[in-house]
Ligand binder design. Structure first.
Ligand code: PLP
Length: 295
């Protein structure tokens, strides 16, 4: 049975799934995306991700390609056809196909919709237990990082720079010397007095849906959360550090720029948050958060 992906109304064998060469997503990165984890058959934070997709599209004046309910169906159908229970579902919407021109094409240009589902072994993700090592790099991205666009070359370069140094990932640093986020996840530290710190929500970071869920869990777990900027030095001095995203979930960071964080192992706060997050996804900790709920 071939692997199936979805392109503009058709379920197609993955190797034959193509888009037009004048698609603006291809020519100009004129496109947004979402990644949603499906863990043991539970769509993690589906509402939040679809809320954010709608928001990213509206910020760029691109229409939703299908109704939300249809999109929810398509996600499940792609997974069903691929016989998956654990997957990362990738959704991309572009402004569609038009003759190459900087101005937007007519608003009735149909958006392109692509869905790809990747096998993802959430239970077997070794980094969640063993942690990862990161370096800091300058954040060279554009200024609308709150929109989840496919303009990902700076993040790809940040990640590759880490890999070239034998590390796992990079935390990006703004011109004022504060950490913004990791290449594809939000960055967190735990201070010596056990406060969680993560950068506040502005257009300088992508407001992670996992981050939003962690905010909710912090309240329930009586953890003190400070949303503010922090420097690499503060991160070196932290007792724990971690990143959060739809696929990494809550992954410890055990070394930053060669500085061991805490005792160099996954800390208790990170471990407890991970377990609470897994229970939350399975529906054991109440309703999943919407985008609005985190504002
Ligand atoms: N920050 C960036 C730059 C990202 O690319 C991502 C995820 O892709 C995140 C944060 C985490 O977002 P989420 O938790 O919604 O996956």
């Amino acid at each position: 049975m071939p692997r199936i992906s979805y392109v503009n109304g058709h379920y197609v064998p993955h190797n034959h799934a193509t888009i037009q060469i004048e698609d603006r997503g291809f020519l100009m990165a004129d496109a947004v995306y979402e990644v949603i984890g499906c863990i043991h058959g539970h769509m993690a934070d589906e509402t939040g991700h679809l809320d954010r997709l709608e928001r990213s599209l509206s910020e760029l004046q691109i229409a939703m390609p299908v109704e939300r309910e249809t999109l929810r169906f398509l996600m499940r159908e792609v997974m069903r056809r691929n016989r998956q229970k654990n997957a990362a579902i990738y959704i991309q919407v572009t402004r569609g196909v038009a003759k190459r021109d900087f101005k937007f094409p007519s608003p009735d240009t149909p958006p392109t919709l692509v869905l790809i589902s990747y096998d993802f072994d959430f239970d077997g993700n070794a980094a969640v237990k063993n942690g990862m090592k990161v370096k800091t790099v300058p954040d060279i991205r554009w200024q609308r990082r709150d929109i989840k666009t496919v303009l990902l070359l700076p993040q790809s370069m940040a990640k590759q720079s880490a890999v070239n140094d034998g590390l796992d990932d990079s935390w990006m640093v703004d011109p004022e010397g504060f950490i913004t986020e990791c290449s594809a996840s939000n960055a967190w530290i735990v201070t010596k007095d056990k406060k969680l710190v993560t950068r506040g929500v502005t257009s300088e970071i992508l407001r992670g849906i996992t981050r939003t869920a962690i905010e909710k869990l912090c309240k329930e777990m009586n953890l003190v959360l400070e949303e503010r900027s922090f420097t690499p030095q503060e991160a070196y001095d932290a007792v724990e550090a971690f990143t959060s995203s739809a696929t990494a979930l809550i992954t410890p960071v055990i070394e930053i720029d060669g500085h061991k964080i805490g005792d160099g192992k996954r800390g208790d706060i990170c471990k407890n948050l991970y377990e609470e997050y897994r229970a939350y996804v399975e529906g054991l900790r109440g309703k999943q958060v919407s985008w609005e709920a985190g504002l």
